[in-house]
Design a binder for this molecule. Structure first.
Ligand SMILES: [Zn+2]
Length: 305
């Protein structure tokens, strides 16, 4: 097929899929799956986990961004759009994280309720771009607010299960409270409180734990730093005797490796939980277990006692 024909075919295929997506929800209001459970579609991993924790066995929580991919770079294909259209509820992170969600929202059928989670948490301003930093789930207080919002939304849609949702949310929030006090204790007294990372994913973690956050590039993972910026951060690392430079898992770590080489510091990964890898999923890693492993790396790097 030549390019033009391929394009026409592509447009037709998309039209058919969108047509189906618009029709199907009318055929079955809550659009249950083979399991008979209604679907909740979610974008980021923290939304996936908190939704699963609250839902228990009552709902099917469907992640839209494939595990192991850089969630910043994702945009949905027609099949994924059809999946979202078939959900009773679509939860997305918001605050500019999913640039695709804003326009998709207006094309979804009325049977899909849409929640922008960023409207329900405490946001930090993005110093460089005037918007908000979207990595808000790394403040455990926000993860608690997200869980409570999910409980509220699930209960509104499926009131028969409201008691289950309430109990599940209480249990999950208790775990998060525990995690939060371990962070407070672990990062109470440290030799150095500067958290250096490649991409600015850890602002909330720093804010919640009184760390100073320095990143080489901004809030999106695909920016390229200038030689000047790299030199400035290298000077800061040397002057402050910083021994560890963090980089985000699932994101290109070139910048941190370059800096490490230049300064003699070690490059160490931190998991920002935008997504998890297939391996992490298979080994049943959770928000809590990954946050605990992050905490261990932080306390070591910052020489906390
Ligand atoms: Zn990020």
């Amino acid at each position: 097929m030549d390019k033009k024909r391929l394009a026409v075919f592509g447009v037709m295929l998309i039209a058919v899929i969108i047509g189906l997506a618009l029709l199907l929800p009318k055929m079955d209001k809550k659009f249950p799956t083979q399991s008979g459970k209604p679907i909740v579609a979610v974008s980021t991993f923290p939304l996936y986990e908190a939704s699963r924790a609250v839902a228990g066995e009552t709902l099917e929580i469907r992640p839209i961004v494939p595990f192991g991919s850089d969630a910043h770079m994702f945009s949905p294909n027609p099949v994924q759009i059809a999946e979202i259209s078939g959900a009773a509820l679509f939860l997305y992170n918001g605050a500019g994280f999913e640039t695709w969600a804003q326009s998709l929202k207006n094309t979804l059928p009325q049977t899909t309720k849409v929640i922008d989670m960023s409207a329900h948490v405490t946001l930090l301003k993005d110093k460089d771009h005037g918007g908000y930093d979207p990595h808000y789930w790394l403040n455990i207080d926000n993860m608690i607010k997200m869980t409570q919002t999910i409980e509220h939304e699930f209960s509104a849609l499926f009131p028969n299960n409201a008691r289950i949702y309430h109990q599940n949310a209480l249990l999950y929030v208790a775990k998060l409270q525990n995690l939060k006090s371990d962070y407070q204790a672990g990062l109470q007294e440290c030799k150095n409180r500067t958290l250096i990372s490649n991409h600015n994913a850890f602002g909330y973690l720093a804010y919640a734990n009184r760390l100073q956050n320095v990143s080489v590039i901004g809030l999106s993972s695909d920016e390229q730093p200038s030689a000047n910026t790299i030199a400035q951060v290298a000077t800061l690392i040397k002057n402050h005797g910083i021994k560890t430079i963090f980089f985000e898992e699932l994101v290109n770590d070139n910048i941190s490796q370059t800096l490490a080489k230049e300064t003699g510091a070690t490059a160490q990964s931190l998991q920002p939980l935008e997504n998890i890898s297939e391996n992490e999923l298979k080994s049943h890693q959770t928000y809590e277990s990954i946050m605990r492993s992050n905490l261990a790396k932080l306390t070591q790097a910052m020489e906390c006692r």
